[in-house]
Design a protein around this ligand. Structure first.
Ligand code: PLP
Length: 489
């Protein structure tokens, strides 16, 4: 059954006005073929008319062939193919013809395009940003109401803008144990993912005249958020020891980095650079956003303590998210805010979106408090480890003439450097022609610093698929077309 607004005109008998209201909805396409109309009793109550009035109006429409009564199921709209295609065409051309109003300067700073959605035509997709579907099982079996922290958030009233206390307690305990973050529940602000965390932080900390140093190559969202806040960006290179801290200029407002697993190159910031960054932040009074997005999945040696744990001067703002460790579409992230930022952050979160969905918070709380979260992390650490081995082995055997994998110890992707002078775009296109998605490093760079980098992520590709994908790439790259493409026009 649908909910439909029937506009009753001002003149004429009520039965005629109801008839015309329904007829108008049929003519302008608001009522579609196959839809069931509300029961006459419900409609009569809502419109404040007698039930008979509704019946008489709909009987006339049945007689004219617009509606049909199905025994025991009510009244339905009959298909009128010619009319409905005319209605659709009229709506489309009205939309196309409508004039464009001018947008704000803020809109002018938005990126030119939205990211592409995964393509179903690929046989194997090494796309970053997607994760194993194993977590979906947890959401099916662990309903929010099953949470052992009986105090799940009520859905029919607003909650704390900083996030529900039981969830903040769980997140704080997890971050302390798993990532050595120094925090308690009051330091945590639950956000709708890292994207929102970046947006809030950039609005609070940046403005025209201030600049932010970002890794290049790096995760592009922080750059977009900083530009929207009016700040200038300073692109800092990355080498085998991570961000080149000595290239961070003085008089900077802040630095954004992925010190534990650089995105996308995969290296970790060395101990001496960590100390240098923290010393400079304390001395020169700038903030450091530490994006710790996927270090839970370490392979071999455990990752180093996070930067925030070593920061005595409270300059580091730690941001994390469950997008990699659990499910990106859940849209939950968190900021561990130093005391000087906390109050403003709460107020900003409140103004911008009131709070993160209590439904999503309850779902995460149920999974964390049941113990499923920790079990999932252990299982996926093992599973991603297997995939990573398959990928590294395959790159080392099948693709060794073209690329070499860069060293990394955690996460769900591997970056590889092109060693034989091939062009990254050509290699991606050739792989795609064989049905395999691999990704150019330069899509994460504003300076072209990753032109010889390819990214292979394995969030959604099992070990067998990885082997198949690499076999197809080997075939694609070894083909005649590769030789032709490399020879150039
Ligand atoms: C470097 C980095 N930071 C953060 C995120 C997660 O962002 P969000 O929490 O908005 O999904 C990702 C996800 O791909 C990432 O690669």
């Amino acid at each position: 059954m649908i909910d439909l607004l029937i506009e009753l005109g001002d003149n004429g008998p009520m039965q005629q006005r109801v008839y015309e209201g329904i007829y108008a909805a049929l003519r302008d396409g608001r009522l579609k073929p196959g839809q069931r109309l509300p029961a006459s009793r419900v409609w009569a109550l809502e419109l404040g008319v007698a039930r008979n009035t509704i019946r008489e109006a709909t009987t006339a429409l049945i007689a004219e062939g617009w509606l049909e009564a199905r025994a025991g199921s009510g009244l339905f709209v009959r298909p009128q193919p010619a009319l409905h295609s005319k209605v659709e065409a009229a709506l489309t051309s009205a939309r196309a013809a409508s004039g464009q109003l001018s947008l704000s300067a803020w809109a002018g700073q938005l990126p030119q395009a939205l990211p592409e959605l995964p393509s179903s035509s690929l046989v194997v997709d090494f796309r970053p940003g997607v994760v194993s579907s194993d977590a979906e099982r947890l959401f099916r079996y662990r309903r929010p109401a099953q949470s052992r922290d009986a105090v799940t958030a009520a859905l029919c009233q607003y909650g704390d803008p900083a996030g529900e206390l039981p969830l903040r307690q769980r997140i704080a305990a997890y971050l302390r144990q798993s990532r050595s973050v120094r925090c308690g529940p009051d330091d945590i602000v639950v956000t709708s993912g890292m994207h929102q965390s970046m947006d809030l932080l950039c609005r609070l900390l940046l403005e025209p005249g201030r600049s932010l140093a970002v890794e290049d190559p790096g995760y592009p969202v922080i750059g977009h958020a900083a530009k929207l806040a009016g700040a200038a960006l300073c692109h800092i290179g990355v080498d085998d020891n991570g961000l080149k801290v000595d290239e961070v200029p003085s008089r900077i407002a802040g630095v954004y980095c992925t010190p534990n697993h650089q995105f996308p190159l995969g290296v970790a910031l060395s101990g001496s650079r960590r100390r240098e960054l923290l010393d400079r932040a304390a001395r020169e009074d700038f903030f450091v956003i530490e994006d710790d997005y996927d270090c839970e999945f370490y392979h071999g040696a455990a990752p180093s303590r996070c930067l925030q744990a070593e920061d005595a001067a409270q300059r580091v703002i730690y941001v994390g998210s469950v997008s990699k460790i659990l499910a990106p579409a859940l849209r939950i992230g968190y900021i561990v805010a130093p005391p000087w930022l906390r109050d403003s952050l709460h107020r900003a979160k409140w103004v911008v979106d009131r709070q993160t969905s209590s439904y999503a918070q309850n779902a995460l709380l149920a999974i964390m408090s049941s113990g499923d979260f920790a079990t999932h992390l252990h299982r996926m650490r093992f599973e991603y480890g297997k995939r990573r081995t398959a990928l590294l082995d395959g790159i080392g055997t099948r693709l060794r003439q073209y690329v070499v994998a860069l060293a990394s110890t955690c996460g769900m992707h591997v970056a590889a450097r092109i060693t034989n002078g091939c062009d990254a775009r050509t290699l991606c296109r050739l792989a795609e022609a064989e049905g395999v998605g691999i990704y150019e490093g330069n899509q994460f760079s504003s300076t072209g610093s990753a032109s010889d980098i390819l990214v292979f992520a394995f969030g959604r590709t099992g070990a067998a698929e990885i082997e198949r994908g690499l076999e197809l790439i080997e075939k694609a790259w070894a083909s005649r077309r590769t030789a032709d493409a490399l020879r150039g026009p």
